[in-house]
Design a protein around this ligand. Structure first.
Ligand code: ADP
Length: 237
């Protein structure tokens, strides 16, 4: 008897992201045509592909920054297909932690102020004990009052991680956030991020054109394999 036939309700795998027949175009240019993709809750997934092949577009759809145009997209068990832009904003605020390539930090604000900023906008309460614990785990305690513009790239990256994790998102979406770091710093950064995510069963979808970090992930997916759109003049991997 297979493992599936033995499985009980408790063992049932929950899906963090489910895509069926998703299509997306900018103006009249089709960028994505993905027949199927499933990512399990708690999975740490590496999505790779050359520049310009739709990785950021896919992340923005999953984050609800872009509205789905065709097919179905469910994130954290909720269908995003019929949500308005305002509902997508609310969904993103409640469920998604987004780490951008440029970190999107405000250089003249301190580490603490940068991490707390999204809470000020959303008028939500930050648990100070949890915040200090997270800052400690990321090795940032000594810098909390320093403007982030005076920190190294590696330290700034950890501030961006703290800001994404403090709201306890169900999913972390990361858009090539390690490209500015050398190999050892990148590996270290990812290990810290993944350790924190495993504690809370946070799903990670990390996109990159650089395969060197692939081995650190639970699963890697080639966007070229799952997307039916072919691009000309992309750099080969
Ligand atoms: P990647 O993240 O893999 O580098 P992107 O998702 O950023 O790829 O872009 C995929 C394609 O869509 C590229 O050809 C890009 O020029 C195009 N594109 C991205 N954003 C827009 C936009 N806002 N309007 C029109 N075309 C866009």
């Amino acid at each position: 008897m297979s493992r599936a036939e033995h499985s009980t309700e408790n063992e049932k795998v929950e899906n963090a992201i489910v895509i069926n027949n998703l299509k997306f175009s900018y103006q009249n240019t089709e960028i994505l045509n993905i027949p199927s993709l499933k990512i399990n809750k708690g999975e740490i997934v590496f999505l790779y592909g050359p520049s310009g092949t739709g990785k950021s577009t896919l992340l923005e759809l999953v984050a609800g920054v872009l509205k789905n145009q065709f097919g179905s997209l469910s994130v954290c068990g909720e269908s995003l297909d019929q949500k308005s832009l305002m509902e997508l904003d609310r969904f993103r605020a409640e469920n998604i932690g987004y780490i951008f390539q440029s970190f999107n930090l405000i250089p003249y604000l301190s580490v603490l102020e940068n991490i707390e900023l999204p809470f000020l906008f959303n008028k939500k309460y930050v648990d100070r004990t949890e915040l200090m614990e997270l800052i400690k785990n990321l090795g940032l305690t000594a810098y909390i009052n320093r403007p982030v513009g005076q920190l190294s790239v590696g330290q700034q990256q950890r501030v961006a991680v703290a800001r994404a994790l403090i709201k306890k998102p169900k999913i972390i979406l990361a858009d090539e956030p390690t490209s500015a770091l050398d190999y050892n710093h990148r590996e270290n950064f990812l290990k810290i991020l993944f350790n924190l995510c495993r504690v809370h069963e946070t799903t990670v979808l990390f996109v990159s054109h650089d395969l060197t970090m692939e081995k650190l992930f639970d699963r890697s997916i080639s966007l070229t394999d799952i997307n039916q759109i072919r691009f000309e003049n992309t750099e080969s991997l």
